[in-house]
Design a protein around this ligand. Structure first.
Ligand SMILES: CC(=O)N[C@H]1[C@@H](OP(=O)(O)OP(=O)(O)OC[C@H]2O[C@@H](n3ccc(=O)[nH]c3=O)[C@H](O)[C@@H]2O)O[C@H](CO)[C@@H](O)[C@@H]1O
Ligand SMILES: C=C(OP(=O)(O)O)C(=O)O
Length: 427
């Protein structure tokens, strides 16, 4: 297993180019299953999760390859599929595989998708996905760890989903994406109430519209979709990764320096940027860039995670690393996932003072952290330990960075380019 070795204490300066968003690229790769025409996705980040999704799609009999001359572009062609199935071996490493369910059911009237199982940050059930597809007319049984779904056919050919009203019990990001994709080819109108408003959903809807879908209201809590008979191919550019950008903002705020994030979309990071400004970082932004300047210890900030446009749970750990070395005490409340404080014990090993009581972590900022060996437990926990390592005195070794590689595009290369002393130790 690869590890990251960080020698802390360097300020960061220069320019970082933000990649396409993992959480937009994954549903958009699945959206290519909705058509038998070629789809080109541009600005696809180089991540383990993307490689897994490409394998999943290839495994169904579709072609899905990176362009040899433009490696950030992927061309997909999902003509007739040999098996509309997402097997456990691939699903177990990436929860987003559940996003195959909606497109497969909509286009082929059948799907066999492994249940994703639990995950380090919480139990993450998919009951809402199942209920929503059933409301659209799918019959779903869960057997041997698989969701086996079919749409009964009323005549010759595939069964077609039927538009309906779906109101989910909670706001669910991939749930909204699954229903959105399924509804594009359903018969009649679908209304999604309590829909997620994340920029990645807006981006997916824009791609689906390019493919011929009729969608209104994306980016709001109520989305209306008028189903069409078929969709066609398109070319679409994946939106910039707001969580990658937010991670670099926290890294600079913690380590100090002056960095420009090219392609960063400040309008997608309002809640995080507001907190960083209150902490004392100077943040300026314009069309396609965000600049962050920081020096000395910032002021600790309390926050609670909520759905977009609130403070993202995917930024909680990274901001906590900043709070750990800021002036004063803060509380961080995690409301989305029940077990997303696993970075705390590792930060404590670096000298942070943090106590957890249920959903709330209380952090007392310390003047300095000291390097140690720490273990990454999940994707954003890994990023938070990298940030802590950048400010800790001496050497920090972050183990199990395969979690980091799931969702960050060459993080250590980007950090090295702005002055961090960080290297990957190959297994
Ligand atoms: C690939 C992707 O885009 N992943 C993101 C997505 O995950 P994901 O879409 O899995 O997260 P959800 O928005 O669905 O989860 C929100 C909450 O609803 C619960 N829930 C969800 C569905 C369901 O059927 N039943 C249920 O109980 C979850 O356990 C969680 O407590 O949104 C999360 C919340 O912003 C982010 O942290 C993830 O990075
Ligand atoms: C939790 C995350 O991703 P996933 O839903 O793919 O596990 C994340 O991106 O922080």
């Amino acid at each position: 297993m690869d590890k990251l070795l960080i020698r802390g204490g360097r300020q960061l300066a220069g320019t970082v180019t933000i990649s396409g968003a993992k959480n937009a690229a994954l549903p958009e790769l699945c959206a290519a299953l909705l058509t038998d025409e070629p789809v080109t996705l541009q600005n696809v980040p180089r991540l383990q999760d993307v490689s897994t999704m490409l394998k999943l799609i290839q495994n169904m009999g579709a072609t899905a390859e990176r362009c040899s001359d433009v490696p950030s572009s992927v061309i997909l062609n999902a003509g007739p599929l040999s098996s509309p199935e997402a097997p456990y071996e691939l699903v177990k490493t990436m929860r987003a595989s559940v996003l195959a369910l909606g497109p497969l059911l909509a286009r082929f009237g059948q799907a066999r998708v492994s249940l994703p199982g639990g995950c380090a940050i919480g139990s993450r059930p998919v009951d809402q996905h199942i209920k929503g597809m059933q409301a659209m007319g799918a019959q779903i049984v869960v057997e041997h760890g698989y969701m086996i779904a079919t749409v009964p056919s009323t005549g010759a050919g595939r069964g077609r989903l039927k538009g309906c009203h779906i109101t989910t019990d909670m706001v669910t990001v991939t749930g909204t994406e699954n229903f959105l994709m399924a509804a594009t080819l359903a018969e009649g109108e679908t209304i999604l109430e309590n829909a997620a408003e994340e920029p990645e959903i807006f981006d997916l809807a824009e791609m689906l519209i390019k493919m011929g879908s009729k969608i209104e209201g994306h980016g709001s809590r109520r989305i209306r979709i008028e189903g069409v008979e078929r969709l066609h191919g398109c070319t679409h550019q994946v939106v910039a990764d707001r969580i990658e950008a937010g991670t670099f903002l926290c890294a600079v705020a913690a380590a100090g320096g002056d960095v420009v994030l090219q392609h960063g979309r400040a309008e997608h990071l309002d809640a995080v940027i507001e907190k960083l400004r209150e902490a004392g970082a100077v943040i300026t932004a314009g069309q396609g860039f965000i600049r962050v300047e920081a020096s000395g210890r910032l002021k600790a900030q309390s926050f609670r995670t909520t759905e977009y446009p609130g403070f993202p749970t995917d930024m909680q750990a990274q901001f906590m690393a900043l709070n750990a070395i800021s002036l004063g005490a803060s509380t961080v409340t995690e409301t989305i996932f029940e077990n997303r404080f696993m970075h705390v014990n590792e930060m404590v090993r670096l000298g942070a003072k943090i106590q957890v009581d249920g959903k709330i972590a209380v952090i007392e900022g310390v003047e300095k952290l000291s390097g140690a060996v720490v273990m990454a437990t999940d994707l954003r926990a890994s990023a938070s330990l990298v940030i802590a390592g950048l400010v800790a005195e001496g050497e920090t070794l972050v183990d199990r960075i395969y979690h980091l590689d799931r969702g960050y595009d060459q993080m250590e290369t980007k950090l090295r380019a702005i002055g961090a002393d960080i290297e990957r130790l190959k297994a």
